[in-house]
Design a protein around this ligand. Structure first.
Ligand SMILES: [Cu+2]
Length: 165
């Protein structure tokens, strides 16, 4: 092989690699931008210096967020005062919480447990205390066609919910 042949092979390999990396990145972007249609919406509001959460059914939580494993959720993230940043390190969630604006991010927790939620944007004196806990719970095993949303009321009430609508 002459010099020019080797160079063209090299160029071809590099171009192929770049195309592969670009396509993979594009695929990931597309995946992240399109939550599953059955995703449940959770409104996330940051303010100095705590997080509040509101579920689709109007249930509100303060400083704690309870989600069910294996269920996709869309977070609608905003702020009531200054810029914050909604961060769940273990779930790779990081999104600005900006007043007057709703930012979206979706997750599907795949392991039950307790996780840290924190603010990752310096937002004033008690920024360091702006934390909350995420509890990912196992879907309650039910027989037949019953969905997770049809959990008996007594079980729902057992969760430490701060306020109801
Ligand atoms: Cu903050």
């Amino acid at each position: 092989m002459g010099h020019s042949t080797v160079e063209w092979v090299y160029v071809g390999v590099v171009v192929a690699l770049l195309i592969y990396i670009g396509a993979s990145a594009w695929d990931v972007e597309r995946f992240l931008d399109h939550p599953p249609k059955d995703a449940k919406v959770v409104k996330v509001t940051g303010q100095q210096w705590f997080w509040t959460f509101e579920h689709e059914d109007g249930k509100k939580e303060l400083g704690e967020l309870h989600l069910v494993k294996g269920v996709p959720y869309v977070f609608e993230i905003t702020s009531r005062d200054v810029n914050h940043s909604f961060n769940i390190p273990d779930l790779t969630v990081l999104m600005d919480a900006v007043p007057g604006r709703i930012n979206h991010m979706w997750v599907m927790p795949d392991a039950s447990g307790e996780y840290l939620i924190q603010c990752r944007e310096y937002c004033g004196f008690s920024h360091y205390q702006m934390r909350a806990k995420l509890f990912v719970e196992e879907a309650i095993p039910v027989s037949g066609e019953t969905e997770v949303s049809n959990i008996p009321v007594s079980v729902q009430e057992a969760k430490p919910v701060i306020a109801n609508n």
